[in-house]
Design a protein around this ligand. Sequence first.
Ligand code: SF4
Length: 153
Amino acid sequence: MSFLDIDERLLELIEHIEFDRSPLTDIKTVGHCDLGLIEGGLCNAENVQVLREFRAHCKTLVAVGACAINGGLPAQRNHLDLGRLLTDVYPQGVPNDPELPLLLNHVHPIHEVVHVDYFLPGCPPSADAFWSFLTDLMAGRTPHLGHGLIHYD
Ligand code: SF4
């Protein structure tokens, strides 16, 4: 959502880029891309599979936000016993449909599984941080978040 907060700058952006798989498109698999923006930590097996797919297809991969960078708030579950947690949340029986991805014992930041080229901090990063980051990349510059654009909350 914070990315969409770039508001009317989105119109300028789409003159220069094309979206591949994203929550904004209906594309189900990842094609070859210049840039992959990954939000969220790794909580289940499907997260790992999708992340690997992005890494294999994107020249540059970015960990966006606290969850992708260090696990974020969801990683607070790392202090709890997963089995106990599930039985507490699902007292009537833990869902076991094979279609459901298995949870990982711990929540992991994405850099623990794949190489990450850039980190865009914040929970979430501000729209101005997204804009600065993307305009730098599109201009062929190494992204540099100026004063006021780096925060971790
Ligand atoms: S906004 Fe915060 S909690 Fe939500 S995905 Fe981004 S970093 Fe995680």
